[in-house]
Design a binder for this molecule. Structure first.
Ligand SMILES: [Zn+2]
Length: 483
């Protein structure tokens, strides 16, 4: 038996001013045929799992590209088509295969392609024919369209946000694909669209139990696979929105009924799970009012992982205006500032223009007098699911009692070592601001007295009812109460 695998990922914020082109994929640990042999990172974790499991099952592996770009704006058409053609060329060269496993994101939009994943999978199907098993692993911030459902045999989606379960879901997908290839099961996929735009955090109730109950239903054999596709709110495509996904064994009616039943549970929880965000000042008030300990605040509106520039100054400007001290904030993406700080070196006290460089989402630049505490030539933080996240040349600076991490690579905050790895301690700070939506949570919750979520007016729009969709026209909650 032969397995073909590849990884192509980005999450497209169609409202972001940052283009996603060739360099975005090729500069970020791109690999042509050996991504699964490298150290774990976002793109290759499922491939590492599949290679290991294929070895155990004595299945031959043919590997194509591992390419992933930091979430940003719409992918340039030529960049997508080049990567797609590499995968398809490798697949043709592989000869007949019984299983194709693809690690994709699910919210990749390119010029001329509303759904890159379904375009790719449809072309893969044309090459491999109807009998080959095609399995796809997706991020839960995905859009799902009918073309994908019709052309894939299996769609398995992360269950956890933060995404700590990429390897586990890769294991689920491999096991199901192997059973399907051996004709032990006949997977049929059903979607249940929810007409909802929201974000759901799975470490807290009621979502924590929902995830556990999905896994219990799978373990009891009631259904082959259950996934809750949360959707990605900032992709202006006709099929944006949350969907429940069920895969049954040969019984399309059972798949549809199961997807509907679980989807109705999400709908019933809508008021409890409705996301509300502090203004920057509300989060600062909460931190200042706390008698002790560290308040961790997610500046969700400037999350690189959602396609924001990560150089927005809105929150830092309020911290400076309010005279907050014993605070830390990061990660600012500002390679120009880092180049000046490298020249200045540790110990320098120097003027610095920080942030505000990418457009309206960035706010205005801040002119600061900073002390340089540390400079690293290639800083790395711990990433998701045991991976590593590279920050490139980076610096720890301080301005008016606020400690700031600045990096050359655009990355959201995943782990405290983004700060502490440069020497910036966090336990002695009353306020720690992380430019992230939720992936920081697993690392920061243990050091936080409280975790709060704020959204500034600049950056990614967090009022889901007010996202200025042009191409998505259907009514949705929370814009209307009963879509
Ligand atoms: Zn995601």
């Amino acid at each position: 038996m032969k397995l073909f695998m590849a990884a192509l990922l980005t999450e497209t914020n169609t409202f972001s001013p940052l283009p996603t082109g060739r360099a975005a994929f090729h500069g970020n640990r791109y690999s042509r045929n050996s991504g699964s042999l490298e150290t774990p990172a976002w793109g290759n974790i499922p491939l590492i799992t599949w290679r290991r499991m294929a070895g155990d099952a004595q299945i031959e592996v043919v590997e194509s590209i591992t390419a992933n770009a930091q979430p940003a704006g719409t992918t340039i058409r030529a960049a997508y088509e080049e990567l797609r053609e590499l995968i398809l060329a490798d697949l043709r060269a592989a000869g007949p295969v019984e299983i194709v496993l693809l690690n994709l994101h699910g919210a990749m939009v390119a010029e001329g392609y509303d759904d890159c994943e379904s375009d790719l999978v449809q072309r893969v199907r044309q090459i491999v024919g109807p009998d080959c098993v095609i399995g796809v692993e997706l991020d839960l911030h995905c859009h799902l369209d009918e073309t994908l459902r019709e052309n894939a045999d299996l769609v398995v989606i992360y269950k956890e946000y933060p995404h700590i379960d990429m390897a586990e879901r890769a294991e689920d997908l491999f096991r199901l694909a192997l059973r399907a290839a051996r004709r032990e099961i006949r997977p049929v996929i059903a979607y249940h669209p929810l007409h909802m735009i929201n974000m759901w955090h799975t470490p807290v109730e009621p979502m924590k139990s929902f995830v556990a109950e999905m896994q219990a239903a799978e373990a009891r054999g009631e259904i082959l696979s259950l996934s809750f596709a949360h959707g990605f709110p900032w992709g202006d495509v006709p099929h944006v929105g949350a969907k429940m996904v069920a895969i049954a064994d040969g019984d399309a009616g059972h798949a549809a009924r199961t997807a509907q039943a679980w989807g109705e549970r999400i709908w019933a929880m809508r008021e409890v799970t409705r996301k509300r965000f502090d203004t920057p000042d509300q989060s600062i008030d909460a931190a200042l009012a706390a008698p002790s300990g560290t308040t961790v605040v997610a500046e969700t509106s400037d999350n690189a992982g959602g396609g924001a520039p990560s150089d927005c100054t809105a929150m830092l400007a309020r911290m400076l205006a309010r005279g907050v001290r014993d605070a830390a904030i990061g990660i600012f993406w500002d390679p120009i500032a880092v180049s000046f700080l490298r020249e200045g070196g540790a110990g320098a006290v120097m003027p610095l223009r920080l942030g505000g460089k990418c457009g309206k989402m960035s706010g205005d630049p801040l002119d600061l007098m900073v002390r340089v505490h540390a400079v690293a030539e290639s800083h790395v933080q711990s990433g998701l699911s045991g991976g590593r996240s590279e920050m490139g040349p980076s610096a720890w600076i301080e301005a008016e009692g606020i400690h700031i991490i600045v990096a050359s690579e655009r990355q959201q905050v995943f782990h405290p070592d983004a700060f502490t790895g440069l020497g910036c301690t966090l336990h002695d700070k009353r306020l720690v601001v992380v430019k992230s939506s939720q992936h920081f949570y697993a690392g920061f919750a243990p050091i936080a007295r409280e975790v709060r979520y704020c959204a500034a007016e600049a950056g990614i729009l967090r009022d889901f009812a007010a996202i200025p969709y042009q191409r998505f026209k259907a009514p949705y909650w929370p814009k209307v109460e009963n879509p």
